[in-house]
Design a protein around this ligand. Structure first.
Ligand SMILES: [Zn+2]
Ligand SMILES: [Zn+2]
Length: 299
């Protein structure tokens, strides 16, 4: 098979485009998809410093790689969740990536902050680990961005993540969660860092291929705490659909973005309340994070 652009031998098949690319044309294609996401959704301006949340997995490291190559000023942020060997290896991958490219990296460890990892915090508060983890991540991304003066936090959420979450939210009619599904989460008039997902147009498979072709070393294992999570089932179902009719995943998610304002108009307004303890946006008196930490302290 030959590259559809330059006729050189193809390195990756692209079923959803009914074609294939060589490694250079594939790299070019992937960068263009990210640049299109950034400009379509007005994620950030040229020259605006970006805090990139890097877990050590392929998505966030590929995102960081692309942002650097496109000339954006970035600083990495890694949260060590305190999940034993998994967290140790994740952090090592992030540090190696930053060191080899001479990039600035902030590392924050839950163990250092609370003497507890996310697993212990979940146990102490009787919350499912993934839910406690999500709450803590959101809080720290916001806090560190504000402390260090970043207006934008970029995360590595890809098309598979967003489509699987959308499917889950719709299957369970979790309408209030749909507003977290946008590629840009509001900064509420500059009060908070804007959260952006520049990889939302790209499927996992293409991101993994980019990582391999660009020698990006990442942690391949999924988080041990996420075993049995429904997300994996939804991803598998969407992959079967994609195999049968290439392009379905992107159509599903882009369709949601297009139809959302008229289909779910009540979802437009942002959380207007402020947490009484930390001041971050929330739906009640105390935000989920502060309630969690209060319970850890009380137990
Ligand atoms: Zn080519
Ligand atoms: Zn709070």
């Amino acid at each position: 098979m030959k590259c559809r652009r330059c006729e050189k031998p193809a390195a990756i098949k692209m079923p959803r485009h009914n074609s294939a690319f060589c490694d250079l044309c594939f790299r070019d294609y992937l960068h263009k998809q990210v640049m299109k996401a950034i400009s379509d959704q007005r994620m950030f301006e040229d020259g605006q410093p970006i805090l990139v949340a890097v877990s050590g997995g392929k998505d966030s490291l590929v995102l960081w790689d692309i942002l650097i190559k496109r000339g954006y000023p970035t600083v990495g942020l890694h949260l060590n969740l305190g999940i034993g060997e998994y967290s140790r290896i994740s952090q090592a991958h992030v540090e190696k990536f930053a060191r080899s490219r001479d990039l600035e990296l902030i590392v924050q460890s839950y163990q250092d902050d609370y003497g507890l990892g996310v697993v212990d915090i979940a146990k102490e508060t009787a919350r499912p680990p993934c839910s406690a983890c999500g709450t803590m991540k959101r809080h720290h991304f916001n806090r560190i961005a504000m402390e260090k003066g970043f207006a934008v936090v970029a995360t590595g959420h890809n098309l598979d993540d967003e489509a699987a979450r959308l499917l889950g939210n719709l299957l369970n009619w979790q309408i209030p969660y749909l507003k977290k599904q946008m590629p840009v989460l509001s900064d509420e008039g500059g009060k908070w860092a804007r959260k952006v997902k520049p990889l939302y147009r790209l499927p996992e498979r293409e991101i993994a291929a980019y990582a391999v072709l660009n020698q990006i070393d990442y942690i391949i294992e999924e988080c041990p705490m996420s075993k049995g999570a429904k997300t994996f089932l939804y991803k598998e179902m969407l992959n079967r659909l994609e195999e049968n009719s290439p392009g379905s995943k992107l159509q599903f998610y882009l369709g949601f973005l297009k139809e959302r304002p008229s289909a779910f108009p009540q979802q437009i307004e942002a959380e207007t309340q402020r947490c009484a303890s930390c001041g971050q946006p929330c739906g009640g008196d105390l935000c989920g994070y502060c309630r969690l930490i209060q319970r850890v302290g009380a137990s």
